[in-house]
Design a protein around this ligand. Structure first.
Ligand code: MSP
Length: 510
């Protein structure tokens, strides 16, 4: 069985979880569930990044100890993950003692291989990024990510010889043109390396909230070194008494936003090389979710979309669909309550929901609920096949929007087919030809709806269960190979007991 290890960034617990975090988590969950349907040995890691000056500062502002601050927020991140329907295999916290011990072993090894040296750092430090900047990196003298002032710091600490890995990193990029996706991000990442790499601090003296450096415990390990290692440390203790590294590493996909590309595309593979581990197979760099006005979401602008009320009103599946359909994975894009409502009504309630309820209602009315035992109309069966293969192919590149488009080609084709065949007219006749045509029409619709239930079970896990149950199938995580015409259970009956898939809701828009 091929392994499919997928990760999200671990999120900072300096503040409450928001829609941006939910976005990456949802994408990773859909990819994981789909891989599992395809028979892969999938493992999904997410979690929280809990050390560093940024979190120490948030705790201090709240007047509590960092250790007491992080636990409840980590719980809320776990809560958001569950609320969006994400089924992670492990939730890592960088304050886990096993992770901390792993980080200490890792830096000890780097010291032994001669990759570390003592030096003095002088430069700018942005606590919001937890990143060091050169003067030439700043925009108008401010942090290029946050637009805030960055203090000058001078500190003697331990350095990692990152510059020594430039040639090996470039060789890795050249040998693996898919290492960073999409292509524009690959080029950007490669240019970081060709632009010249400086050695990086591996420890900090100016904060004590972190993992102590084993040989100089008055310093803590730099939070990005600590954080990146989560992807490897988790495999050593996610399952008690088992080390999953040989089974799952290298990761199939690591998902992240473009805000943290540099760390993942340069520092992380170099760290792995230094430790004799392979880099991940592919990194996917997605864009930023913006407010409906195209600006960065912020409470003061009033352009945020709060995931919790959306889930309460529309359900997690609708949020999953909306985010992955609305914003091309890899691009920036605006989201808001207005377009959410529009997509819910047109794509989900009208196109998909009505198709399912009409199909069930017609089989109930015209055939007493028994699905006619005839083959699907060949033209529509061909669309079922191309939708299933097209969806899978797009998912192989994490093109969620493209994958959804392929599934909706089948939805729309089935809706056209109903209008074309007009079963309500066929049902008025007792002629053999009309009876047979009605049988074929109903069987085709049920078959098509069932295929959609299989295809969509990763994206819409709750509603796909209802779709499969409505067509008389077992709703549990169907193998993707069942997304083909003619594979329904013989003698199955439709079941209309679940009611509408996507009931009418009032918009949350002001
Ligand atoms: N803790 C670091 C990551 C360490 S990984 C070894 C961090 N945390 S974060 O809480 O700031 O999360 C950043 C990530 O959250 C982004 O890379 C992205 O995956 C997600 N997003 C946060 N805001 C987002 C948007 N507005 N839009 C899309 N994704 C966003 O950086």
């Amino acid at each position: 069985m091929s392994s499919y290890y997928i990760t999200t960034p671990i999120y900072y617990v300096n503040a409450e979880p928001h829609l941006g975090h939910a976005y990456t988590t949802i994408a990773a969950d859909v990819a994981t569930r789909h891989a599992r349907q395809r028979g892969m040995d999938a493992f999904f890691l997410t979690g929280t990044d809990e050390h560093g000056a940024k979190i120490a500062r948030a705790a201090a502002e709240a007047g509590v100890e960092p250790r007491d601050w992080v636990a409840p927020i980590a719980d809320r991140f776990r809560g958001l993950t569950r609320s969006v329907g994400a089924q992670y295999d492990f939730f890592i916290r960088t304050t886990d003692p096993q992770h901390e011990a792993f980080v200490q072993r890792f830096v000890t090894r780097l010291r032994e291989t001669g990759d570390l040296y003592e030096g003095t750092y002088a430069g700018f430090y942005c606590t919001a990024c937890e990143a060091f900047y050169r003067e030439s990196d700043l925009k108008n003298g401010l942090c290029p990510e946050h637009g805030i002032e960055v203090p000058w710091v001078e500190e003697s600490n331990t350095f990692f010889r990152l510059s020594a890995y430039a040639d090996r990193l470039l060789a890795h990029y050249d040998a693996n043109p898919d290492f960073v996706m999409p292509r524009a991000r690959y080029n950007e990442a490669r240019s970081f390396i060709t632009g010249g790499l400086e050695d990086t601090s591996l420890s900090r003296r100016s904060t004590d909230w972190g993992v102590p450096l084993p040989w100089a415990p008055e310093q803590v390990i730099y939070v990005w070194i600590d954080a990146l290692l989560n992807y490897a440390s988790a495999l050593t203790y996610a399952r008690e008494g088992e080390d999953l590294t040989a089974r799952l590493w290298p990761a199939a996909w690591q998902l992240l936003g473009k805000d943290i590309l540099r760390f993942h595309a340069v520092l992380w593979p170099a760290m792995l090389m230094a430790a004799g581990l392979e880099p991940p197979r592919r990194l996917f760099i997605h864009g930023m979710i913006l407010g409906h006005d195209g600006n960065r979401m912020s409470k003061t602008r009033g352009n945020t979309l709060d995931p919790f009320p959306v889930i309460e009103r529309y359900g997690a599946d609708a949020l999953r669909y909306y985010l992955l359909r609305e914003v091309g994975f890899g691009q920036d894009g605006p989201v808001g309550y207005g377009t959410l409502q529009a997509r819910y009504e047109s794509d989900l309630a009208n196109d998909l929901g009505n198709l399912v309820s009409r199909t069930v209602a017609m089989v109930t009315r015209y055939r007493d609920g028994v699905i006619p035992a005839v083959a699907s109309a060949p033209r529509i069966a061909a669309v079922m096949e191309s939708a299933a293969s097209g969806y899978a192919e797009r998912m192989d590149d994490l093109d969620f929007t493209g994958a959804i488009e392929r599934a909706w080609e089948l939805v729309r084709e089935l809706n056209r087919f109903v209008e074309e065949r007009a079963p309500w007219k066929l049902a008025r006749s007792a002629e053999a030809a009309e009876v047979a045509a009605l049988d074929e029409t109903l069987a085709t619709l049920v078959d098509g709806v069932r295929v959609l239930g299989v295809i969509l079970s990763a994206l819409l896990p709750e509603r796909a269960r209802l779709i499969l149950a409505a067509t008389g199938e077992s709703p549990d995580a169907p193998a993707y190979s069942l997304a083909a015409p003619g594979l329904g259970t013989p003698g199955a009956r439709v079941d209309g007991s679940a009611g509408p898939l996507f009931p009418r809701v009032e918009t949350l828009a002001a």
